[in-house]
Write a protein that binds this ligand. Structure first.
Ligand code: GSH
Length: 226
């Protein structure tokens, strides 16, 4: 995009969090942004100055000129509308469909992905097998719905990758990411052939790779002894 048309955009958060979603989106749109490192692990998100931006004390948040916004999917949909690019919905119907699938990913999948992710962080012997099994089981029906949609349309809005694919992929990518810790996660996603192919295509996009590199670096910095 022509960044001379852009107001000053700041992304608050760390790539080692859901802020990854916002960074990926900003890169898809070619936005010039300032990255303000804010991490819940260091207590930054509970500082008064940050709570004034996001009273939930969560990341990500953005400030665009005088406008402040939080909730990762709302932020991405805002950026898509404010700075139109190839990944932006065209018109009301596409935009509402992008919102529909974004809410779907949050309500039907995200909680279960989070459960599995948090369990994968635990030592093998301390995991709750029943909880993990329930989370996988709960995802099968919505993933089946999505499999059918992608088999029919290739991309969520049909024809091209958009913010809708980005938002949904940013949730589903949790499964292959934790496969080294929890091999069942990759088996589950592999069972949905079209979703697997779609996810690979989403994550191979240069903006996704660049955001993912930032995420790996952010996690490595957390693990490095200071
Ligand atoms: N629904 C919010 C969730 C934000 C969220 O929970 N972010 C986590 C990091 S991934 C966080 O800030 N956690 C800090 C805390 O809970 O104290 C979004 O998608 O932006």
């Amino acid at each position: 995009m022509d960044t001379s048309q852009q107001t000053k955009l700041t992304i608050y958060g760390t790539a080692a969090s859901r802020t990854f979603r916002t960074i990926w989106m900003a890169k898809e749109l070619g936005l010039d942004y300032r990255h303000e490192p804010v991490d819940f692990r260091t207590g930054d998100t509970q500082q008064d100055w940050y709570l004034a931006i996001n009273p939930n004390g969560h990341i990500p948040s953005i400030r665009d000129g005088d406008f402040t916004l939080w909730e990762s999917f709302a932020v991405n949909l805002y950026l898509a509308r404010k700075y139109p690019g190839s990944v932006s919905p065209n018109g009301l119907e596409e935009e509402m469909t992008a919102i529909q699938w974004s809410i779907w990913a949050l309500t039907e999948l995200n909680t279960h992905c989070d459960t599995i992710l948090l369990q994968s962080f635990r030592p093998t012997g301390q995991r709750d097998a029943a909880l993990i099994a329930h989370a996988f089981e709960s995802m099968r029906k919505p993933l089946g719905v999505f499999e059918h949609h992608i088999a029919t349309f290739d991309w969520i809005l049909g024809g091209r990758f958009t913010v809708a694919d980005l938002n949904v992929a940013s949730v589903i990518r949790t499964l292959p990411r934790i496969a080294s810790e929890l091999p069942q996660a990759s088996d589950e996603i592999a069972g949905f052939d079209k979703v697997s192919g779609w996810l690979t295509a989403c994550l191979q996009r240069p903006a996704a790779v660049a955001a993912s590199d930032m995420q790996s670096e952010a996690y490595a910095a957390i693990r490095r002894p200071s």
